[in-house]
Ligand binder design. Structure first.
Ligand code: FCB
Length: 405
């Protein structure tokens, strides 16, 4: 039997664009149509059905729920802010609170207002001023209901997918632009962190906890060859810890949010900067079970990364961890194994304070569409019926008791 601390945060995460539906003012909405990708359309209709979804989360004993605010709804045209949409999110928050669920709010989860992407974009140095203005509007209105803020979800995934690999909007493949985006996202985070704290102080509210959701993966050398070990070391330093080193140095994190899913087997074909950054083993040398997108299941990696995070002496929250699969038994095994890793890390002195499964609902998995099923709750995309999965019930027991049987 494994027991977690009594004040542990337990729950699940979603993001606005992936569940709400009809985010017509967001850049993704237009991009989906231009590229002919599967459209997000009504998604899970969570924009209308959130109260029922939170009933289910409450029945599953979640005490925390992470969700995001869609910037394109709040500011559909540059400088025009929508009170109605703000009130929608206020109602989302009050609906959670009335079910004794702590809301954790993400201010940016990959999507931007279409006007922002078309005329400004994150590669532009003034981008963070626009972001800050939006955050200011939202935070002032919601501050008294919120203790946990996440400024930006996975900056490294956003910039690599949108500006290096070019598979997400705005599909710009440029290292120079990617570097500018990295710098601008980092300073947008820092500016927002300071602004949030200033607003709470001004309003006489208790100090909130402001963090980031950092994507981390385990980089494992496929063979112990020096080239592979060096590449794994460098990737870990760049992708996993580069931004965290910077933000902790400048003191702009109250907690570290970690999104962890999988590992990457590093196998360098030859020496070169690109190879150091990208080469992976294609041979399936050390096969592990995979999710339906082919990502390997590697719970030990989470343990190793958590131990490395100890040096920052900050609370750590697992802000995402989950599996897309048609095998719900495997989903529970995945959750169980990762909770085990987290518990081992706790025993070794890592201050982990919460675990949020990705995701509460099946949802729109970006350029992969609706096929991947990450949810604790199944969505029928024709009738929008929700069905609670067996894994959700098992996880719910742990949420209720803090015990992993
Ligand atoms: C993370 C994203 C989240 C979801 C999961 C599967 O990288 O933050 O929106 O797509 O992956």
């Amino acid at each position: 039997m494994i027991e977690f601390p009594s004040n542990f945060l337990w729950g699940a995460a979603t993001s606005a664009y992936q569940v709400e539906g009809n985010n017509t003012h967001s850049d993704w909405w237009h991009w989906e149509k231009e590229t002919g990708k599967e459209n997000s359309g009504s998604a899970c209709r969570h924009y209308e059905l959130y109260a029922r979804d939170f009933d289910l989360a409450q029945n599953l004993h979640h005490n925390t729920h992470r969700f995001s605010i869609e910037w394109g709804r709040i500011e559909p045209e540059e400088g025009k802010f929508s009170r109605d949409e703000l009130n929608h999110y206020l109602d989302v928050i009050l609906t959670l609170r009335s079910r004794n669920i702590e809301p954790m709010v993400t201010l940016h989860h990959f999507t931007n207002p279409d006007w922002f992407s078309t005329s400004i974009g994150w590669e532009n140095n003034i981008s963070n001023a626009y972001f800050l203005r939006y955050c200011d509007f939202v935070v002032r209105a919601l501050a008294k209901h919120i203790r946990y803020w996440i400024t930006i979800n996975e900056p490294t995934i956003y910039l690599s997918h949108a500006y290096i690999l070019g598979v997400w909007p705005p599909q710009k493949k440029s290292y120079t632009k990617a570097k500018a985006v990295a710098d601008n996202l980092a300073s947008a985070h820092a500016g927002t962190f300071r602004r949030i704290h200033a607003i709470y102080k001004e309003s006489g509210l208790p100090r909130p906890a402001v963090g980031i959701a950092q994507h981390m993966q385990a980089f494992v050398p496929c063979t112990p060859a020096i080239k592979n070990r060096l590449a794994a070391y460098m990737r870990n330093k760049w992708y996993n810890f580069g931004l965290l080193d910077k933000l902790t140095r400048e003191g702009t994190l109250d907690f570290i949010g970690i999104n962890y899913y999988s590992r990457q087997l590093v196998d360098l074909k030859k020496w070169g900067l690109n190879n150091l950054a990208k080469d992976i083993c294609q041979q399936n040398h050390h096969p592990l079970k995979r999710n339906s997108l082919g990502w390997e299941i590697y719970p030990d990696g989470l343990y190793d990364l958590l131990l490395e995070l100890k040096k920052y002496r900050l609370p750590v929250i697992i802000t995402e961890n989950g599996i897309c699969t048609g095998d719900d038994g495997l989903r529970w095994k995945y959750i169980y194994a990762h909770l085990n890793s987290i518990h081992r890390a706790l025993e070794n002195g890592v201050p982990v304070t919460g675990y949020l499964y990705w995701s509460l609902l099946d949802n729109f998995e970006w350029d992969k569409g609706f096929a991947p099923r990450f949810g604790l709750i199944d969505i029928d995309y024709t009738s929008y019926t929700r069905t609670v999965r067996e894994s959700a019930v098992k996880f719910g027991q742990t949420c209720k008791t803090g015990i992993l049987e």
